[in-house]
Every structure is written in C-alpha cells, then in structure tokens.
Write a protein that binds this ligand. Structure first.
Ligand SMILES: Cc1cc2nc3c(=O)[nH]c(=O)nc-3n(C[C@H](O)[C@H](O)[C@H](O)COP(=O)(O)O)c2cc1C
Length: 165
C-alpha cells in the first residue's frame, strides 16, 4: 500500500499516518511518502494508493494536482495503464468546515479514476477528511477524524487484496 500526501503544517500528514495505521491493521505493507518523493517504483509496487491533500483556495493543492499529471505523462502510467484496476482512496484536510474538502477529495478521485483505478470510500462518504482551523471545534485533526482515516486505510487494504486475487 502507498499513502502519498502533501502537507505544509502537518495536518494532512497526521491523516496520512492514520490511513497507514488502518492499512497495517489489515497486515498490509505500507509505504508513506510525501507526494514529491513518490517514485515510479512506489506506484508500480502498490496494490492500493491513498492520496491526501490540504484544501488550497477551495481546491486540491497544486503539488498534488501536478503529481497526478506527472504520474500520467512523466512516469508514463497513462500509456502503460500500469495503475489500472488498483484500489485507491482519498483524504483531505481544510481549515474551514465547509470550504473545499469535498471538492478537493472529488478532484483527487477524478484524477485517480482517469487511470482506471477503483475508488474505495468510507461507508457513506467520498473519503476521510478533517476540519483543522476552527478553535472552538477542535483545532488540528481530531480523534474522530483520525478514526475515520484509519477505517478508510483498513478498507482500502481489504479491497486492494481482493482486487489482486
Ligand atoms: C494557501 C492556502 C490556502 C488555503 N485555502 C483553504 C481553503 O480554501 N479552504 C479551507 O478550508 N482551508 C484552506 N486552507 C487551510 C488548510 O487547508 C488547512 O490548514 C489544512 O489543514 C493544512 O494542511 P497541512 O497542515 O497538511 O498543510 C488554506 C491554507 C493555505 C496555506
């Protein structure tokens, strides 16, 4: 399993670690990497890929968007179809309760679906997300949000294993 993410202040990184923890709870081997460090070999080796981004100006961070394009054309996965039929999942963090998390997850999901990947969601949602900038709520990533991320990682691992069989 590969968990790839972008993070400037650590919130999305916390979610990435929780996704990884969930996948490991299903006995998956998990590699967690910042988006810029992901190699072609990492992508080839993974049976499942979780992708995470903070919300930047209502949308996915440009670093994640450009990685999705690089995977296609720089790393050649569009032509090779090397990601086809692998499992994928998305997660996001945003400062405000309702200012781009869903859209960010949808944007990443659309990018991954271009590769013929199979999107794994939590029960009743698009991905795992956290609201990080509302002090009276719970600043940073809350335990219930980490728990959702763990659940997503576990489900991703289970589905990836079935798709591989
Ligand atoms: C350039 C920039 C733009 C942002 N735009 C939004 C936004 O549109 N909506 C939102 O909810 N949060 C926005 N935020 C807040 C971040 O999404 C939030 O703090 C997130 O948890 C940061 O994740 P990180 O710690 O992994 O970098 C923005 C932050 C930055 C730095």
């Amino acid at each position: 399993m590969l968990v790839a993410y972008f993070s400037q202040t650590g919130n999305t990184e916390s979610m990435a670690e929780a996704v990884a923890e969930g996948a490991r709870s299903e006995d998956a081997d998990v590699v967690v990497k910042r988006i810029g460090d992901v190699t072609k070999a990492d992508l080839e080796a993974a049976d499942g890929i979780a992708l995470g981004s903070p919300v930047h100006m209502g949308d996915v961070a440009v670093e994640v968007r450009s990685a999705l394009v690089d995977w296609a054309y720089g790393k050649g996965f569009w032509r090779s179809r090397g990601l086809e039929n692998k499992a994928c999942a998305v997660f996001a963090t945003g400062g405000a309760p309702s200012n781009g998390k869903e859209f960010t997850m949808l944007s990443m999901a659309l990018g991954l679906l271009q590769y013929g990947m199979v999107l794994v969601t939590p029960y009743g949602g698009l991905g795992a997300s956290a609201t990080t900038g509302v002090p009276e709520h719970e600043k940073g990533v809350g335990e219930h949000e980490l728990s959702e991320a763990r659940g997503l990682g576990a489900r991703l691992a289970r589905v990836a294993l079935r798709l591989r069989e």
